[in-house]
Design a binder for this molecule. Structure first.
Ligand code: CUA
Length: 158
């Protein structure tokens, strides 16, 4: 055993101790929270087969009621399919989104729509668009070189 100065030992102990504490805290939180990121990701799907499975074999916008739409969106590096959605003002959009490769996000700035897209999970959120205009949705999880170019558009028509 080589000699180690006292302060190095103390700092090493503090470093090791905080690492162990961090791992404990994240581990306990993961178990307590069911290992799921937020945004209602309870539904699972095989990430490498998403395009063969409903509803992601036919991504797009579907009217499911008066002023109600289901938006099935498949994200990938580096884009969304579809990347433009057009709805009448006052519509409620039920987003159903997944990724076929790495972690992405779908955020509509200025609205509560803020989804984390994790491979194997379907993220769901419903949002009513009461103002006409164009809303960007963009990837807010760093996903690689094309991250900054990963966005789409929601057109709310008057
Ligand atoms: Cu996809 Cu960042």
């Amino acid at each position: 055993m080589f000699h180690m100065p006292k302060f190095e030992k103390i700092w090493l102990a503090i470093g090791t101790g905080s690492l162990v504490l961090f791992l404990l805290v994240t581990g306990v939180m993961a178990v307590a929270m069911g290992l799921n990121p937020p945004d209602g990701l309870a539904t699972t799907i095989e990430p490498d087969q998403v395009e063969a499975q409903a509803p992601f074999d036919h991504p797009g916008l579907e009217q499911i009621g008066p002023n109600e739409y289901k938006a099935t969106i498949l994200s990938y590096a580096f884009g969304y399919d579809p990347n433009t959605i057009t709805i009448p003002v006052g519509s409620t959009v039920h987003f159903e989104v997944t990724t076929k490769d790495v972690v992405h996000g779908l955020h509509v700035p200025g609205t509560p729509t803020n989804l984390m897209l994790v491979p194997g999970h379907i993220a769901e959120y419903s949002q009513t668009f009461n103002e006409p205009g164009e809303f960007l949705f963009l990837c807010h999880e760093y996903c690689g070189i094309g991250h900054e170019l990963m966005y789409g558009k929601i057109i709310v028509e008057d």
